[in-house]
Design a protein around this ligand. Structure first.
Ligand code: ATP
Length: 446
């Protein structure tokens, strides 16, 4: 058995995602909406598992963290104070012939790649998506879909502090949709106009910010590798002073080696006291922390790890993709495709497979399915599958990353035992049905 590296081209990944129900083109029956994607039955499981794993590690797994779920729509003054209304811009150039638009900082050549036409001078293009609230379509109804979840955290800083009586350092975490009117989109789910962010703001004493920045970079890296991501496919990149966002003193990106090259998966920024001060000034509400020891109010500095859910899901999929040369049951060489997803992320945790659709096997197999499913210990989908040959069903489960299959055969009717098959090694082990849930749990959770 030869295992290849996990390099997969994007086309193969896009087609696997569609075929197996991970990710579909949005509005496909109407020709699709460009760069907009829907998560299918397995995609929603994987995405939820990624978000839950992040929440578990960043909020439940730490004593210094609380959660929040702020609204997507916010008062327009928020975006004035945060600087997004004025400065959340990308440089845009437009072709004078065909009016295609490009990001000036991403151009390889100074002519239109669509028609070869002459390009305009760059102008600032605000990335915030606009919408209108209420029935009256005037300037007062104009608002924005948030481009980041962070501002919901900053404007609630006082509320959270009063409600939770936290001391510095502490953090507020949030997962949610964000919107950016990107000039260029593409590379599947990597750059879209609607996406999800897992973000936290970690409030520290001024002066302790640089040390915390370093710690968060390490902790975030450890989160990916702890869930099985190959460390060789990860790298850190510090922002050049010229590319820093308007609020940042320093930013380190965690990049993943995507099929087309290195790309940002997460940014860890030192936002200083920029946002809390800006909102204090603009709203007139003091967003400070009272230091009992020093008996003074201080405006904390903020370290912000901000990870894209969609990019993280894509990276886990790409990283898990493996092809192996194996010999099939009828002695032929074949390529086995598997997703070596960490059990915590796998959309289906266990598949229950009766050897055939024989009516004698079905009642026992269904009973086992019911008991494994209702045990809840796997914390995810337990699938019953009796369609097609057992070999094909194993391949199908391998291709969607199911860590364990349980096969119910004719011997099971007599010996009260079933076979557990491991996705990665294909090793099979016979276990007693009474011990099955414990055995599965041991293999999945450890
Ligand atoms: P990029 O340089 O790729 O445009 P960014 O530096 O603007 O990204 P941040 O503002 O740091 O991104 O956003 C935090 C995270 O949100 C990014 O690390 C990325 O994972 C995700 N993200 C940002 N923009 C998009 C997008 N258009 N589509 C999907 N995910 C995105």
């Amino acid at each position: 058995m030869t295992a290849f590296s996990t390099t997969v081209d994007l086309g193969t990944m896009v087609s696997l995602c569609k075929r197996r129900g991970f990710i579909f083109q949005s509005s496909e029956i109407y020709g699709g909406l460009a760069s907009t994607w829907d998560y299918g039955p397995l995609g929603v499981e994987l995405k939820n598992n990624v978000k839950n794993a992040w929440w578990k590690a960043m909020v439940w797994g730490r004593a210094d963290m609380v959660g929040l779920d702020a609204a997507i729509l916010m008062h327009t003054d928020v975006w004035k104070a945060s600087g997004h209304a004025e400065r959340f811009n990308d440089p845009l150039v437009e072709c004078k012939e065909c009016h295609s638009r490009f990001r000036a900082d991403e151009l390889d050549e100074q002519i239109c790649s669509n028609c070869g036409g002459e390009l305009s001078e760059p102008r600032e293009f605000n990335q915030m998506l606009q919408t209108r609230l209420g029935p009256v379509q005037d300037d007062t109804s104009l608002t924005y879909l948030r481009p980041e979840t962070a501002q919901g955290i900053f404007v609630n800083f006082g509320n959270v502090l009063t409600a939770t009586r936290r001391k510095l350092p502490f953090g507020i975490a949030q997962i949610g949709k964000s919107f950016r009117n990107e000039i260029t989109t593409g590379s599947f789910t990597f750059r879209t106009r609607e996406f999800e962010i897992m973000e936290l703001e970690y409030f520290v004493r001024p002066g302790e910010d640089e040390g915390w920045h370093e710690r968060w970079v390490k902790d975030c890296m450890a989160w990916y590798t702890g869930l099985g991501m190959n460390p060789e496919h990860l790298q850190l990149r510090d922002h050049d002073p010229k590319e820093l966002a308007h609020y940042a003193k320093a930013t380190t990106d965690i990049e993943y080696q995507f099929p087309w090259g290195w790309g940002e998966m997460q940014g860890i920024a030192n936002r200083t006291d920029f946002d809390l001060k800006a909102h204090s000034e603009a709203s007139g509400e003091s967003l400070t922390f009272f230091d009992d020891d020093a008996k003074e109010h201080i405006t904390p500095y903020v370290i912000e790890p901000s990870a894209g859910v969609d990019r993280t899901v894509l990276a886990f999929l790409v990283d898990a993709y493996t092809e192996e040369e194996t010999i099939s049951a009828n002695g032929k060489e074949e390529t086995r495709v598997l997703l070596k997803l960490h059990p915590e992320l796998a959309p289906i945790k266990v598949a229950i497979l009766p050897l055939s659709r024989n009516e004698k096997l079905a009642p026992l197999a269904k009973k086992i399915h019911q008991s494994v499913q209702s045990s809840g210990v796997m914390g995810g989908l337990v699938q019953y599958d009796d369609a097609q040959s057992i070999g094909r069903r194993y391949r199908r489960q391998d291709e969607v990353g199911t860590p364990l299959c349980v096969t119910v055969d004719f011997d099971s009717l007599d010996d009260d035992a079933v076979t557990i098959r491991d996705r990665d090694t294909m090793a099979q082990e016979r276990v007693n049905i009474d011990d099955l849930v414990d055995e599965l749990k041991k293999r999945l959770i450890g």
